[in-house]
Design a protein around this ligand. Structure first.
Ligand code: CMP
Length: 140
């Protein structure tokens, strides 16, 4: 059975452009409840840890640099079938391939600066949420 939580980050490009509010509005209007949220900034080391699964990929070093280049918003979201429905809402990783009306189609600048992150499985949603939020910060 699909889980009911996913994890997202509004990435430095979208935060810097002042699109956080518009993105959070789309997320809420799509039926997701924000159950934990914070604005923060990753160090290159923490970005490397978060994206460790990609460490052999050619884009890893640039990704760590980019993800630590400015503030982000991290949030845990709740909805039935959360992981799959959120990936539909955000669209393809590469905004050039993202469907019309998706968050990445509207806000992403490139395949790297693609506005938002969304977990790819229930297991990773839990790992990623735990990366950012302590038990005390997950009171809802
Ligand atoms: P995200 O969904 O957060 O997961 C991994 C991130 O790596 C991805 O979004 C992009 O920001 C980045 N990424 C994925 N593929 C590429 C690529 N081919 N070139 C550059 N960055 C990429």
């Amino acid at each position: 059975m699909a889980g009911n939580r996913t994890f997202t980050m509004i990435k430095p490009d979208a935060f810097e452009a002042g699109n956080s509010g518009a993105i959070l509005k789309m997320i809420e209007e799509a039926g997701f409840k924000i159950v934990a949220m914070k604005a923060t900034r990753l160090t290159p080391e923490l970005a490397g840890k978060f994206y460790e699964v990609h460490k052999e990929r050619p884009f890893y070093a640039d990704l760590c640099k980019y993800m630590s280049s400015g503030p982000i918003i991290a949030a845990i979201l709740e909805k039935n079938n959360a992981v799959e429905d959120f990936r539909t809402l955000i669209g393809a990783t590469n905004p050039a391939n993202a469907a019309e009306g998706t968050i990445r189609k509207i806000f992403a600048k490139s395949i790297e600066a693609n506005a938002v992150h969304g977990s790819d499985s229930d297991e990773n949603a839990a790992i990623e949420g735990n990366f950012y939020f302590s038990q005390l910060e997950r009171v809802i």
